[in-house]
Design a protein around this ligand. Structure first.
Ligand code: ARG
Length: 285
């Protein structure tokens, strides 16, 4: 075929915007309970390996020019390394997390306290939600996942708390229990280029697939193979897309769209059902 897709933004036009991230060192990271299909308590985490992988991710962000703040890890909270789940921050406002499982409950307060200490106005949630695990800020709106962790009531609460329209999407495959393992935001649409995402349709109910098709007709469609290695659990600054190294098909598709894939190996975190984005809360400006 010789048809040119004129909707694709050439690489020279993909621009970086400096980001502000929050991470939590995997000091207490381990798999001692199983709250998603990836977690198997009989498969131990290699602690030193995990710490090296996490440090490489942190250094990657710093070398791309981004700001990375750190929150103090809490003893007895092995999943606190997944900073994305600690809340949703947009501007100076934040919507706090309220975890589905009691094992992670204490993380909500720790993240809310950190955000409050940094001067964010944190709305205390009445409804179950797992922060940026299920909420993705995009342009003026928020994409919100439900089905496994975050409740629909929380979608409405977040819309109120942050004064942003929320689009609810239903997740149906337990392997993809959070929205951030089913959709990657590539361009948040707040600059000169349009909002752009990649997603794995099989993670969504039929009506949510329809919603995604209507909203993002030009989205990158991620294969099951790439989704299964949590390829969509990626972090983009508008140009560089930091993603799990095993997602080779997705990396090629990104390159074809003018993005610069930055592969990292977070294999130890896959044992807990997490990867790049899970380890990263973006404090959206
Ligand atoms: N073990 C964690 C859980 O099941 C993994 C969280 C991954 N975080 C994410 N943002 N998808 O809750």
């Amino acid at each position: 075929m010789t048809i040119l897709d004129t909707r694709v933004v050439p690489s020279a036009e993909r621009t970086t915007r400096t980001r502000h991230y929050l991470m939590c060192a995997p000091i207490h990271f381990e798999v001692v309970y199983a709250i998603n299909p990836w977690m198997d308590v009989s498969r131990p985490v290699h602690v030193e390996k995990a710490q090296v992988q996490w440090e490489v991710l942190r250094q990657t962000y710093l070398s791309l020019g981004h700001r990375v703040d750190l929150i103090e890890p809490v003893v007895g909270q092995p999943d606190m390394v997944f900073a994305a789940n600690g809340g949703l921050v947009v501007g100076r406002r934040a919507y706090g997390a309220r975890f589905r499982f009691p094992e992670r409950a204490a993380e909500g307060e720790a993240y809310a306290a950190w955000l409050t200490g940094q001067g964010y106005r944190v709305a205390t949630p009445a409804n179950i939600n797992e922060g940026e695990g299920d909420f993705l800020a995009l342009g003026s709106m928020i994409l919100a996942g439900t089905g496994f962790r975050t409740s629909i009531a929380a979608h409405i609460e977040a819309a109120d708390a942050l004064d942003r329209p929320v689009v609810s999407l239903e997740l149906v495959d337990p392997r993809f229990y959070h929205l951030d393992v089913a959709i990657a935001v590539l361009d948040d649409g707040t600059g000169d280029t349009p909002a752009d995402i990649a997603y794995y349709p099989g993670a969504f109910s039929r009506h949510s697939q329809r919603t995604l098709r209507d909203l993002f007709p030009d989205a990158i469609i991620c294969s099951e193979a790439d989704a299964r290695v949590l390829g969509l659990n990626a972090v983009s600054d508008g140009r560089h897309v930091v993603l799990p190294s095993a997602a080779v098909g997705l990396a090629a598709a990104l390159r074809g769209r003018g993005y610069v894939p930055v592969p990292v190996d977070l294999g130890e975190f896959l044992k807990s059902g997490g990867s790049v984005k899970c380890c990263t809360m973006e404090l959206h400006r």
